[in-house]
Design a protein around this ligand. Structure first.
Ligand code: NDP
Length: 392
């Protein structure tokens, strides 16, 4: 059916490449490019299908344009870092190729998460007749589609949304992050924002928590309210939402390490001078922490991520929970990665498949909930992320 260029050979890139390789009828040709070509070669060598590899600096538009023009993909599937969203989108516009990512743009020097920069490109993608699909991971991504699916099939109107992301896994390291450490720590230390009665309300980072009992014996975890980017698009697409919050589980151990790192200045994102050289403490910290792609071998336990939605059906109040449970060890057996990379990489492949098959089409910049959730939901069951719905 077509050619895909995957950019980024980290934890998520590894899963996406494996999953695209499993669907040769859609992804006929695959090129994996990243900053370090040897990482692309290592991923490609574990697969029994031919995967081409290349080196690219995705911060550099002209390098990207040269690579895209030489390979001529139908889609660029971006799973490098959010800092590269705008350069890759620009290169797609210059070469006339569709675009997909899993995380919204962030400027390097400000921990600010919002879609404004990418939404601004809507007119240019529209005029070019191209599709840009934003946030096709799990959260954002599947959580947006879960919300759209329940809103469409189960409710007349949705009023409250709680997205709950529990990682009940243990990687066995004293401290490590399950996805890119720099992005993870910037996200967790940013002020919290939630939607209430028509506005975003800001509160101190990690200041609100509760105990959460997961279904199917995954366990009981402390979840903390934090800001997550899908809230921004979901409240726009579902204006009946009166309250929308995002919660994530963290262990005491993780939070203690994070507090110490913050207290000693290691999470700073502004440059400091060290022996005559400028370094950014958080980037240095990333260099000494385990890479997310390396955690698969040791991680045990399960993730449980889903949406709790309340609203009205036939004039009566209704509350439903839709979720997926993913096992770290099963993910590792299948693709050599832990479940956080797996739960991001599988929806990235499915989002790409939706665009390649023309099941999702349109000119412009789109968030996941703007398309028909049905074919995506079917593919979640088919490609490794089955879901359930319960009434609460
Ligand atoms: P990793 O740090 O494991 O991988 C990032 C990869 O991008 C690395 O291979 C890195 O190269 C490459 N890269 C970084 N900068 C450049 C550049 N300038 N040019 C080319 N390649 C570059 O991160 P993850 O795989 O864990 O995360 C990937 C993305 O997925 C992130 O944007 C993250 O925010 C997102 N994500 C989304 C989730 C969701 O549910 N929506 C959940 C988890 C992650 P090198 O190896 O040389 O450093």
């Amino acid at each position: 059916m077509g050619r895909v260029l995957i950019i980024g050979a980290g934890g998520v890139g590894q899963v996406v490449t494996h999953k695209c390789a499993q669907v040769p009828e859609v992804f006929e040709d695959i090129l994996l490019a990243s900053r370090t070509k040897s990482k692309c070669d290592a991923i490609a060598s574990a697969l029994d299908r031919k995967i081409e590899t290349a080196q690219v600096d995705a911060d550099n538009v002209s390098e990207l344009v040269t690579l895209i023009e030489s390979y001529k993909p139908d889609l660029v599937l971006h799973v490098a870092l959010p800092y590269q969203d705008l350069t890759i989108m620009e290169a797609c516009l210059q070469t006339g190729v569709n675009y997909l990512d899993t995380a919204n743009y962030e400027p390097l020097d400000t921990a600010k998460f919002e879609y404004s920069w990418q939404w601004k490109l809507n007119d240019r993608f529209k005029a070019a007749g191209l599709t840009a699909l934003l946030g096709s991971g799990f959260d954002p991504g599947v959580t947006n589609v879960f919300t759209a699916y329940l809103a469409k099939n189960d409710f007349d109107e949705i009023h409250e949304l709680d997205i709950v992301d529990v990682n009940g896994g243990d990687h066995g390291h004293p401290f490590a992050t399950n996805f890119n450490p720099e992005i993870n720590i910037r996200e967790v230390t940013a002020p919290c924002r939630h939607w209430e009665n028509g506005d975003f309300i800001e509160t101190t980072a990690m200041s609100r928590s509760q105990e959460y009992v997961c279904p199917e014996d995954v366990g009981t975890y402390t979840i903390y309210r934090m800001y997550h980017e899908e809230l921004e698009s979901l409240v726009k697409q579902f204006p009946t939402l009166q309250k929308a919050q995002f919660w994530m589980s963290f262990s005491e151990n993780y939070l203690t390490h994070l507090k110490v790192l913050q207290n000693v200045g290691m999470t700073r994102i502004d440059p400091v001078m060290y022996q005559g050289v400028e370094i950014v403490p958080l980037q240095f910290l990333k260099a000494v922490l385990p890479e997310p792609a390396s955690l698969g071998e040791t991680t045990k336990g399960r993730t449980c991520i889903g949406c709790i939605i309340s609203g009205i059906k036939d004039g009566k109040p209704l509350k439903r929970y839709i979720y997926n449970i993913c096992d770290h060890e099963e993910a590792y057996r299948e693709v050599g990665s832990q479940a956080i990379s797996y739960t991001t990489g599988v929806p990235a492949m499915i989002g790409a498949k939706m665009l390649m098959e023309g099941k999702w089409k349109g000119s412009g910049v789109f968030n996941m909930e703007q398309f028909d959730p049905e074919p995506f939901m079917q593919d979640l069951n088919r490609y490794g992320l089955p879901w359930k719905i319960v009434t609460l």
